[in-house]
Design a protein around this ligand. Structure first.
Ligand code: ADP
Ligand code: MG
Length: 301
């Protein structure tokens, strides 16, 4: 098959591994930078051009769209879909997953366990928002943050109030969330391919840190999931409409709760921690699924 990896950087571990795994299984793999694609929108014959040539003959694409280029990146994925090329994650599912509020609302509607969460843009009723989320200790997050930046633990209502007021000054959307203390500074990354969790790791924040992000000094190790964790992660990915997803869970007293669902989960951490060839599993999944025009909008909302 001819498979495109949509990625801005061929040197990234995840991109390199997908190229390697695809070649090993006998496919022609090409890395395409979505930002360098330009396109014609036509009902008869939509096309994508790249560095002066028309891209054609692709059976499947693997979108690796960074959060900063979601808008243009998903437009390129959509264009491939219009051309009948199978995308392992479809464009609407990627867009959906990039909107944290929309994702949490969708998961809640389908009965997935979540931390009690309030959200606001510019309410003056800070105390009411704090009590809606169950009172301190609370985790307060900027909606647009990544790698743990903009995620703050407020141990008292007073502290929560100050943080919410400071964030409000930034004119940002904020989440106010029940602090899952019993998770003890760890979260679980479940890597889903198709309908299954194919690998999972526990990320433990460094001493005294409640955030487990590897970028903040967290350490990853292999973990055994309970059947409930396994099914929660697989269901969350399915509800989001993602075939490849990184589902982040916290182990709470009331069972696994989903923190977020990532549509371009990195391969380096999970392959290193678990010693599993996740890239190969993604290629195998594509071999089973990719037929021209196979991509359909499955999800909702
Ligand atoms: P980011 O998108 O910046 O990674 P997250 O929402 O994933 O932000 O939060 C970063 C880390 O903080 C998580 O990996 C987790 O370890 C911790 N964390 C986030 N929310 C909570 C919570 N409600 N209770 C306990 N720990 C949390
Ligand atoms: Mg995170």
């Amino acid at each position: 098959m001819k498979i495109g990896v949509l990625s801005g950087n061929p040197e990234l571990y995840s991109t390199r591994r997908l190229v390697e795994a695809g070649k090993k299984r006998g496919h022609e793999i090409r890395v395409v930078d979505p930002l360098r694609c330009y396109m014609t929108i036509a009902s008869q014959r939509p096309t994508i051009h790249y560095r002066g040539e028309e891209l054609s003959g692709f059976d499947a694409i693997i979108p690796r769209i960074g959060a900063s280029i979601t808008f243009y990146g998903t437009a390129v994925v959509r264009q491939f879909e219009m051309m009948g090329v199978y995308s392992v994650n479809e464009s609407v599912a990627i867009s959906r997953s990039r909107d944290k509020l929309r994702s949490l609302q969708l998961l809640a509607r389908r009965g997935i366990g979540l931390p009690v969460t309030g959200f606001a843009h510019s309410t003056q009723y800070t105390q009411d928002l704090i009590s809606l989320a169950g009172g301190a200790p609370l985790v307060i997050k900027l909606l647009e943050g990544t790698q743990g930046i903009g995620v703050v633990l407020a141990e008292t209502d007073k502290a929560a109030e100050s943080v919410i007021e400071a964030f409000r000054g930034l004119k940002e959307n904020i989440l106010v969330q029940e602090f899952i203390k019993e998770a003890q500074g760890a979260d679980i990354r479940c890597f889903v391919v198709g309908e299954k969790v194919v690998a999972a790791m526990k990320r433990q924040g460094k001493e005294g840190e409640f955030r487990s992000n590897l970028h903040r000094g967290g350490k990853a190790s292999v973990v055994r999931l309970t059947p409930e964790e396994r099914s929660t992660a697989a269901r969350a990915a399915r509800i989001m409409g993602l075939n490849v997803a990184g589902v982040d869970l916290l182990r709470s007293n009331h069972g696994p709760v989903v923190m977020e669902v990532n549509s371009s989960p990195g391969l380096e951490g999970i392959e290193t921690a678990t010693d599993k060839d996740v890239a190969d599993l993604i290629i195998q999944f594509i071999e089973k699924q990719a037929k021209p025009g196979r991509t359909r909008t499955r999800g909702q909302g």
